[in-house]
Design a protein around this ligand. Structure first.
Ligand code: ATP
Ligand code: MG
Ligand code: FE
Length: 337
């Protein structure tokens, strides 16, 4: 089944064409137009500016795909219906509805957070059930993934997401936006043990996270006037984030007796994070999988996979499909003792 997918939940406009089978996914086109430069002067995403740019870019991006692949060859139009910025989501969903209607093809709704997890199917085929850690700009969450469509929430961040923490720390160090790539680049030259930073929530008996305290610790250090090398601070901060993520995932794997872990979302592009997760996988005898960096950050190929599975599971979405700013996942409470 050939799926055309549209993604516009935040500051990336993306269109992809993916040939989807139950076990075999082949990306035929995956175009991403990033708005990073547009939002850089503001130090973060400005919602109104984002939706306007989605509106300008979606049509030419889709035309570009149709220059190489005929619209008649499509079987399904998939779109991110949430979570994300409401104004941005509305642009993508309206565009996808119009496209599906005009071409006479069914429409499928994809969840952006599930799509980050399901991106792995573009390159690998994990066995169910598996543990998924989504670490992105807006989310940090652990899921028990029982099937492509059944994702049970085990724990999530109580305040900032991991990516958000990278972005905020970069901002207060004057390193620009987005923070993840620049911090990880500087961290390569720094000493991760040089500056003592907290490991938030490692003591708590649940699978939740918290990153705002870590950001405050960095802020306090900067304000204290103590001298430090920026590279050391970046490395120490990155190490603290990675350690918490790895240890919580290790606990979840043990508690559930799972042998596969998928780590996805923009922060999963981080090299140190990938290295530490692979080390943990070796220690625990767990298969650790990551999508390629281009499928960790926002893209529409992952939306095609999520839309395909949603369509297989519950059929087409109607033309009255609505957007949702937040996703509500069924929660599985684990007692970790
Ligand atoms: P969400 O998926 O939660 O709605 P989003 O779509 O904005 O949020 P993504 O595009 O998946 O998030 O990821 C963007 C985030 O990933 C940003 O916070 C960015 O700083 C972070 N990021 C990107 N590359 C790296 C990296 N190499 N190291 C750490 N963080 C990174
Ligand atoms: Mg983004
Ligand atoms: Fe995302």
């Amino acid at each position: 089944m050939r799926v055309l997918a549209i993604e516009s939940s935040c500051d990336e406009t993306a269109v992809a064409l993916v040939s989807c089978g139950p076990e075999d996914f082949r990306v035929e086109a995956s175009l991403v137009s990033s708005q990073v430069e547009l939002h850089r002067p503001f130090g973060g995403v400005v919602p109104e500016v984002a939706s306007r740019r989605h509106l300008e870019v979606l049509y030419p991006l889709t035309e570009e795909v149709f220059r190489r692949h005929r619209p008649e060859e499509l079987d399904l139009v998939a779109v991110t219906a949430g979570p994300g910025l409401p104004g941005s989501l509305v642009v993508g969903v309206s565009f996808a509805k119009a496209l599906a209607y005009a071409l006479g093809k069914p429409l499928a709704a994809a969840d952006h957070v599930k799509a980050h997890t399901l991106a792995i199917f573009l390159e690998e085929t994990p066995d169910f059930p598996f543990l998924s850690l989504v670490v992105s700009g807006g989310h940090t969450a652990l899921f028990l993934v029982k099937s492509p469509t059944e994702h049970l929430l085990l724990g999530h961040t109580r305040d900032d997401a991991a990516g958000e923490a990278f972005d905020k720390v970069a901002r207060l160090l004057g390193l620009g936006y987005p923070g993840g790539p620049v911090i990880s680049r500087l961290a390569e030259r720094g000493d991760p043990r040089k500056i003592a930073l907290p490991r938030p929530m490692l003591e708590s008996p649940d699978l939740d996270f918290s990153f705002s305290g870590l950001k405050t610790a960095v802020l306090n250090l900067v304000r204290s006037g103590r001298s430090f090398e920026t590279a050391d601070l970046c490395a120490s901060f990155e190490e603290a984030v990675c350690e918490v993520l790895v240890e919580k995932a290790r606990r979840a794997l043990k508690a559930l007796g799972l042998s596969t872990l998928v780590v996805s979302g923009g922060v999963a592009a981080n090299r140190r994070l990938r290295q530490k997760f692979l080390e943990m996988g070796k220690e625990e005898g767990v298969r650790v999988l990551f999508p390629s960096p281009e499928y960790c950050t926002d893209n529409a190929a992952m939306v095609a996979v999520a839309g395909y599975f949603a369509y297989q599971d519950s059929g087409p979405a109607g033309l009255d499909l609505d957007i949702h700013a937040r996703s509500l996942f069924p929660r599985l409470e684990l007692s970790l003792t």
